[in-house]
Ligand binder design. Sequence first.
Ligand code: GLU
Length: 465
Amino acid sequence: MNVRTRFAPSPTGSLHIGGARVALFNYLFARHHGGAFLLRIEDTDRERSTGAATQTILDGLDWLGLTRDEQTVFQSSRAARHADVAHEMLARGRAYYCYCTVEELKQMREQAAAEGRSPRYDGRWRDRDPREAPAGVKPAIRLKAPRDGETVVADLVQGTVRVANAEMDDLIILRSDGTPTYLHAVVVDDHDMAITHVIRGDDHLTNTFRQIQIYQAMGWELPLFAHTPLIHGADGAKLSKRHGAQSVTEFREQGFLPEAVCNYLLRLGWSHGDLEIVDREEAIRLFDIADVNRGPSRMDFPKLTNLNGVYIRQADDDRLTREVLHRLAHPPGLALGSIAAGRIRALMPQLKERAKTLIELADSAAFLARVVPLPMEPKAAAQLTPEARIMLREVAQELEATDFSVPALDGALRTFAERTGRKLGQVAQPLRAALTGSTVSPGIDATLAALGRDETLARIAAASA
Ligand code: GLU
């Protein structure tokens, strides 16, 4: 089978983390089978859909590296086809015109509520002669849904799920204004796009029964369905603002790498033995819908943050440098020319060992881009006692005499400490304060080398004056 999957977001907001995971599953499944992964923007709700939301979704997918095949399909552009199919269903006797007025439908709902039933259309136009149609009422088209038997979904994640057809009423497929309903549009599009596997959130499972009835009315082959559980917060409640970031854009802003987010989302609700670190290639090789868990997943932010740290340590230093420069572009007081870039790049192998997010990484690199005199954290300022300042001036002379390579700097500091009867830390801590304005930084020798001779001497001079 030539596998074809699709991600079908409604562009009414940002790309939610749950949506991103559905997209990832569709992507991995298609790539695993050498098939196609398509994108359909479900913008039939013209009031709520925006171009900005569409752009955010595209940006989010690009950032996550979920590349699509073929042209993006915009559902709104297919309205004429949706209407044609509805009329074809009429011609086949599988749908009918319903002339109910808004008033009648309201009465039906109220009566159902009064009798404690769920609101359902009573089928009053199902077998009625359209010649009895009241004048001036534009009809909607309703599916003539089967009344007996049951509709069965053989779901690849949820197993076999059944609903008695008597439980379902005749849904509208084309409204009286000629616009398609959502459930109808999805079926027509999935059929025309030759989708073989519909992988989506399990909040759509109940829609699937009705959609299957539409496929059957048209005599179309059903795709396979896989309804994946939603993502909840750590407390088991529906994921919401109070749990932290929710959209892909927020994760990006908070300094997560896309490969860490993808790895995390994959592992959340899918497993392969006890494998934790799964890169894209391996994910494509291993992914199988059968391994997706049935229960809801819980978002574990500390776990994602740790995983992000792992990916930061593995990431290319040039790329991390660009990310850091981008993040440092805004605060004032930083000189972000090629000199600062060079220093950040030089120290990146050490800086990235400690950071769990790009925000932390940028914070830890900011001192390299500062201009003298540096702002001093109180703890760092406390290091710069009168004795320490005298010592720093002496140290500066020792350092100046080296070639500023890491081994030479390390040697000079050790020799100085030994000669003056100090521990290395007693030399390094005031020096670190002078060079970074803080009490934490990577190894002092690497820090000195990254700053270079002129900057080191200027910083020591400023801090020891
Ligand atoms: N547009 C729907 C949504 O954003 C998804 C429809 C589907 O996957 O069938 O929830």
